[in-house]
Ligand binder design. Structure first.
Ligand code: SAH
Length: 215
């Protein structure tokens, strides 16, 4: 995979901005992380288009503008500890790693976790910890988190994830049936409970129970 040309990069950033990704730090993070490293095979040359693309295990790498909008909605501070549920290609975790102190990212497919870890190592992204786990239970041993991002659609925001959010913490999660258009929800934990904001319609693969059977 060759590096994207300056023009390709400019078009990529322009597409992000025109779809509402305006946060300077998020744009800088997305400029710094080469999406081409996370897409393999016949779709590799489409890595800089604003499209979701297929990856292994029947999963998808999210559309860059959706990655940008979700990252922006999280309002990450440099000292934050972030949990991502749904490592997939690892691209979203890599973007998060430029903004946060530490990123834990879990996937139910060991094969995806292995591939993502290889790219994190290649890019020297040493503040990401990839873990094979069913993320619907969160990551109790590292909880609580300042920010949680779920990149697979749940029917409701999973209870264990809500419980692992710090007070003033933010979680972004696509909610709805997997075969329909879902709604991206932003949840903020307050002293007394949770506040919910609907952000936009999205389409994600489903959050599934248990581990994938791919070794
Ligand atoms: N964030 C990814 C795209 C995620 S696709 C990227 O940047 O490429 C959704 C991912 O969620 C898939 O890899 C799928 O295996 C994973 N997933 C689905 N249910 C899960 C669960 N219960 N726990 C952990 N990962 C899950």
């Amino acid at each position: 995979m060759t590096l994207p040309s300056a023009e390709t990069k400019m078009q990529f950033l322009f597409a992000l901005r025109s779809r509402g990704v305006t946060d300077k730090r998020v744009l800088e993070a997305m400029e710094a992380i080469d999406r081409g490293k996370f897409v393999r095979g016949i779709f590799a040359d489409r890595a800089y288009e604003d499209m979701p693309l297929p990856i292994a295990c029947g999963q998808t790498i999210s559309q860059p503008s959706v990655v940008g909008l979700m990252t922006q909605a999280l309002q990450i501070s440099p000292r934050d500890k972030v949990l991502e549920v749904g490592t997939g290609s690892g691209y979203q975790a890599a973007v998060l790693s430029r903004l946060a102190r530490r990123v834990y990212t879990v996937d139910r497919h060991a094969r995806l976790t292995r591939a993502a870890k290889a790219v994190f190592d290649e890019l020297s992204l040493s503040n990401i910890t990839p873990i094979v786990a069913d993320g619907s239970f969160g990551l109790p041993e590292q909880a609580p988190f300042d920010r949680i991002l779920v990149t697979a659609a749940a029917e409701d925001p999973p209870g264990p994830l809500l419980a692992q959010l710090k007070i003033d913490g933010i979680m972004v999660v696509p909610v709805g049936q997997s075969d329909a258009v879902q709604t991206l929800i932003k949840v903020r934990r307050t002293e007394s409970g949770f506040e919910y904001d609907e952000l936009r319609p999205v389409r994600f693969v489903p959050l599934l129970e248990g581990l994938g059977k791919d070794g």
